[in-house]
Design a protein around this ligand. Structure first.
Ligand code: NAD
Ligand code: TDX
Length: 368
């Protein structure tokens, strides 16, 4: 176990779902740290997700692309960054099926640009290498798909990515590994299961369900609805990354999971039930969301529609988190019952955040 003290952070993709949660977490967990956020503000990036911290003197936001070598190099150098956490990515599987190019560009070429710049500033500088960390945020999808009886993914499960998204993440993971093995860059990687929580873009399953129920729109369930995902509350993921930064062994990868497997259809039914319950005693919700079934005493699950399956749809993901638990003492501590209620409450209380997205550029999926 190492004992590293991160001081000056560069958080790439810090205006996205997990990145913004991480920045919010970081400024509380490391009150002395300086945090520079680099984000291209693609359709998935949203400065409003940083509203509560944007005026902090500890935070600086830079609008830019991780593929811009000079920009990244200058930031690392000029801001004396010692710790880079890479969240920047194209992250939606369906989009990667419709158009893989952006995934190759950002996830592979972008990550490689970060690695090159980090090597230049941290390893090649005169006076010798400085202590640093390059943490790469990856996913369980690189391991492929499990059968119902298969054991969960461990860190030594062979990579077997199935979607263009998963393949691009796998490629970036390999580059991170290679920069450690070949050049000695001080890297760590985490492979995490499906996250849920505040600030998630409403194209991903859970926020899409919430928003569509409130608008009285269909709830699309791909295929037979029996695909399984392992859900983790986003704040637990952020805490896991922080522990890896501080205590993780250089060059290692760590799986982070929720030990919380659900079929998609059961997630859909759960979200429907919880929203119906929230409406039961709330005239205000009924007034604010008159198109929601629960506003007219109907059940939200009447909106469920089975639709054509996602091509190449992975059947099951499950993460074995024993390594991070045994080595670093991390385990997820948000019960799903608690986390999902907090998430639904957050979307009910932060309508302007998601309405701005839906009323703005996001008009192409089922949520419109
Ligand atoms: P997201 O799509 O919500 O956010 C991605 C962010 O990256 C956005 O703010 C976007 O503007 C920014 N970005 C995209 N291209 C960029 C570029 N070229 N330069 C700079 N910024 C750019 O994604 P997320 O769900 O927060 O995922 C973050 C990371 O975590 C990704 O690497 C993803 O693969 C990984 N991950 C996500 C999950 C999940 O369930 N969401 C699970 C495991 C791992
Ligand atoms: O409308 C839908 N209907 C549906 O049945 C959507 C959007 C999804 N689904 C299914 C597909 C998946 O089996 O729900 C499951 C979850 O779908 P997504 O939210 O798109 O997530 P997933 O494809 O599992 O990938 C997520 O977890 C791993 C993140 O988006 C990735 O960034 C992360 O790496």
């Amino acid at each position: 176990m190492s004992n590293y003290i991160p001081r000056n952070f560069l958080v790439t993709g810090g205006a996205g779902f997990i990145g913004s949660n991480f920045v919010n977490y970081l400024l509380k967990a490391h009150p002395d740290a300086i945090v520079v956020v680099l984000d291209a503000l693609t359709y998935a990036g949203n400065l409003e997700s940083l509203n509560s911290v944007i005026s902090s003197s500890k935070l600086q936001f830079v609008h830019g692309d991780i593929r811009d070598y000079n920009l990244v190099r200058n930031l690392l150098h000029d801001k004396s960054i010692d710790t880079l956490v890479n969240f920047a990515a194209e992250s939606h599987v369906d989009r990667s099926i419709a158009g893989p190019d952006a995934f190759i560009n950002t996830n592979i070429i972008g990550t490689h640009t970060l690695l090159k710049a980090a090597k230049s500033v941290w390893l090649d500088k005169s006076g010798g290498p400085v202590s640093h960390r390059f943490h790469h945020v990856s996913t369980d999808e690189v391991y492929g798909s499990l059968g119902i009886e298969d054991p969960a993914f461990t860190e030594v499960t062979p990579y077997s990515p199935n979607s263009p998204y998963a393949a691009s993440k796998a490629a970036s993971d390999h580059l991170v590994r290679a920069y450690h093995h070949t050049y000695g860059l001080q890297v760590t990687t985490s492979n995490c299961s499906n996250n849920y929580g505040p600030y998630q873009f409403p194209e991903k399953l859970i926020p899409l369900l919430i928003v569509n129920i409130l608008y009285g729109k269909p709830l699309p369930v791909y295929g037979d609805g029996l695909n399984i995902r392992d859900w983790l509350y986003v704040e637990d993921h952020c805490r896991g990354i922080d522990i890896i930064l501080k205590k993780g062994r250089i060059g290692e990868t760590y799986n982070i999971g929720g030990d919380n497997e659900w079929t998609n259809i059961n997630i859909v039914k759960l979200v429907c039930d919880l929203i119906d319950k929230a409406f039961e005693n709330s005239n205000s919700l009924k007034e604010r969301f008159p198109k929601a079934p629960a506003a007219v005493e109907k059940r939200s699950d009447t909106l469920i529609q089975y639709v054509e399956d996602r091509p190449g749809h992975d059947r099951r993901y499950a993460i074995n988190s024993e390594k991070i638990s045994a080595e670093l003492g991390f385990c997820s501590n948000t019960l799903f019952e608690t986390g999902i209620k907090k998430t639904i409450d957050w979307y009910l209380e932060n309508e302007s955040w998601w309405r701005n997205i839906i009323d703005g550029s996001y008009r192409e999926s089922a949520a419109t």
